[in-house]
Design a protein around this ligand. Structure first.
Ligand code: ARG
Length: 254
């Protein structure tokens, strides 16, 4: 009997360790009494978040600043690689993930998402003289992606020869330096990161839909509901559209 109890306890402890059980996202009241919302971000994703000097700027920063103001709390932005954003949010190390995060079913098993505020798409970037004209030509090709992104998951699943980089700029550099044949990334970021003299082209074809939302840990359900109401208001009254326009982008409601 003792052995069985010991075994059960052992299994429970291990499950806890592996699922980060006990770490719960903050409730609305907890965030309000903390007086701040801690936001994890990978600022290598213009126009949504990028660095201007040592300041994180972008569409999502502007949106989250308004959200924090409505909640009556400070916004504390913490920088890290994209895969660390997802892990840090689901283990409730940070209150919120803000990183052009695609709200998909797989991720919804591990974290909460606000209502999507924008629908992006994945695109393929190649060298101007490439014979890759679309997805159908990627078989057997070397493809660079950012680690932990939907591009990483999708291209790996498709069986391409994937090279993943922690930083988005390195995924692009792998293409410009000829280490890979294509770079798969989200569309607005591709447009922002591909410069006139890079000798790169963005293919027309849209690989996937990428509904962007802000991520939270389980336990933050009431906080997410409150933020959803704020986001819906900002979408309805044209504020989000205006923010996109400030960055030279056209806004399409999701
Ligand atoms: N939308 C993609 C995803 O959720 C890419 C996001 C990359 N974001 C970033 N800040 N680097 O996987």
């Amino acid at each position: 009997m003792k052995k069985i109890i010991a075994l059960i306890l052992c299994v429970m402890t291990l499950t806890c360790l592996f699922t980060a059980c006990g770490a719960k996202g903050k409730t609305l009241d907890e965030v309000k009494s903390a007086g701040k919302l801690t936001v994890a971000t990978s600022p290598d994703f213009p126009p949504f978040e990028s660095l201007e000097g040592d300041k994180v700027v972008g569409i999502e920063v502007d949106i989250m600043e308004l959200v924090a103001k409505e909640l009556g709390v400070e916004l504390e932005i913490i920088e890290m690689d994209f895969d660390a954003v997802l892990l840090g949010v689901q283990s409730a190390k940070y209150d919120c993930g803000m990183s052009g995060i695609t709200a998909n079913d797989e991720r919804k098993e591990n974290m909460l998402f606000t209502t999507p505020y924008y629908n992006a798409a994945q695109v393929i970037v190649v060298k101007a003289n490439s014979d890759i004209k679309g997805k159908a030509d990627l078989d057997g090709k070397k493809v660079s992606v950012q680690t932990g992104t939907t591009a990483d998951a999708g291209c790996t699943e498709a069986g391409y020869d994937v090279q993943a980089f922690a930083a988005n700029a390195d995924a692009k550099a792998a293409l410009t330096t000829g280490k890979v044949d294509a770079w798969v990334v989200d569309n607005l970021t591709a447009q922002q990161m591909v410069g006139e003299n890079d000798g790169l082209v963005i293919l027309e074809e849209k690989m996937t839909d990428e509904p962007y939302a802000f991520a939270f840990a389980f336990g933050s359900e009431d906080l997410v509901a409150e933020i959803d109401a704020i986001l819906e208001k900002l979408i309805a009254d044209g504020t989000i559209e205006e923010i996109f326009e400030n960055y030279g982008e056209t806004y399409f409601k999701p």
